[in-house]
Design a protein around this ligand. Sequence first.
Ligand SMILES: Cc1cc2nc3c(=O)[nH]c(=O)nc-3n(C[C@H](O)[C@H](O)[C@H](O)COP(=O)(O)OP(=O)(O)OC[C@H]3O[C@@H](n4cnc5c(N)ncnc54)[C@H](O)[C@@H]3O)c2cc1C
Length: 182
Amino acid sequence: MAQQKTLIRDAFAGLDWEVPRLLASLGQAPELYFDSISRADVSAWSTGRIALLGDAACGAAIVGMGTGTAIVAAYVLAGELARARGDHRTAFARYEHTLRDYAQGYRKGGDRTGPFLAPGTATGLRVRNALLNRRWILNKMLEKGKQISSVDLPDYAAELPSTAASGVVDGRVGPRAALRLQ
Ligand SMILES: Cc1cc2nc3c(=O)[nH]c(=O)nc-3n(C[C@H](O)[C@H](O)[C@H](O)COP(=O)(O)OP(=O)(O)OC[C@H]3O[C@@H](n4cnc5c(N)ncnc54)[C@H](O)[C@@H]3O)c2cc1C
């Protein structure tokens, strides 16, 4: 942590605004969140009986759709497992087939978003700040972000016994309840 604090002090030395105050308090900080912006690109979303979900599978976090994509993936994975009556091989293959292109769309979007949000140059920082400080540009970007990718979600509840369609089976949440979470 001491090395990370030194890296931060060196990187932000000489900046104004709130930075001097933040750097002054850095010494007393008992914890530090220090990480790179990075993304896992995996060739397959499952192996054997293990399936990946969320950032580990989709890598859509950088474009700001990580949580939404993770919930959609959880819904499809649960639905396909129910549809395949627990045959994980069939379910995992269908799960990935249904969502690969959808997730890929956001992953590609992230290729531009990462360098935009965390630019490596002073000019890049100025451009980013200028754009993000204009509400109509920000709204346009958010609108555009939503349109990057979409998927038609299957309605698994229609194929399941009526108890599952109600959302709760033996006290557990069923796919229909998961759909409502979106
Ligand atoms: C700054 C920032 C802003 C974001 N803004 C948005 C946004 O506006 N909208 C949006 O949709 N998404 C956003 N995201 C992305 C979103 O947070 C992620 O996509 C989402 O949290 C992914 O969920 P997850 O369950 O896959 O992973 P995580 O939420 O990262 O959960 C993984 C969990 O596993 C735990 N873990 C890791 N290793 C181990 C281990 N070996 N043993 C046990 N536990 C372990 C971790 O501690 C963590 O709790 C943002 C992310 C960041 C960093």
